[in-house]
Design a protein. Sequence first.
Length: 157
Amino acid sequence: MRLTALVAALSILLPAAAFAGPASDAVKFFYVPAVRFEADAQYRDRFTDPVTKLFDLNDQAIKKHPDEVACIDFDPGLDAQDFDQKSVSKTLKLSETVDGDKAEVTATFSLFSEGDDSKREMVWSLKKIGGKWKISDIASKTSDWKLSALGCVAGQE
């Protein structure tokens, strides 16, 4: 009887836990098993304002000037253009702090196996919307910038 009650309780609790997941899972998606470009339209549902506005302007800039570099010419989650996937995967460490429906996930990693200039520390800001963690901003502690503060004049009218 106890086993039946335990199975019933777990079947109710596990889908709810898997649905939301920890905030760090939302960030980990962009690093492993392969680095994914955050501004790619297929990942847009993982973000919310204010960065979705920048991504929309970036999309407009690409459409208006397809032969020119768009507003986002680097991978925001890496703070770089070049990297070695094995090094990123091997060195990635995530830590999160959650305060209600807001969270910050700090990602530390190395772009390459050698060189102090390849170390990165990125802070991802998230909001829980509809039970899912959505990314509202990415900041580089290494290079001192914030994605929401970047401009995109090329995508504006």
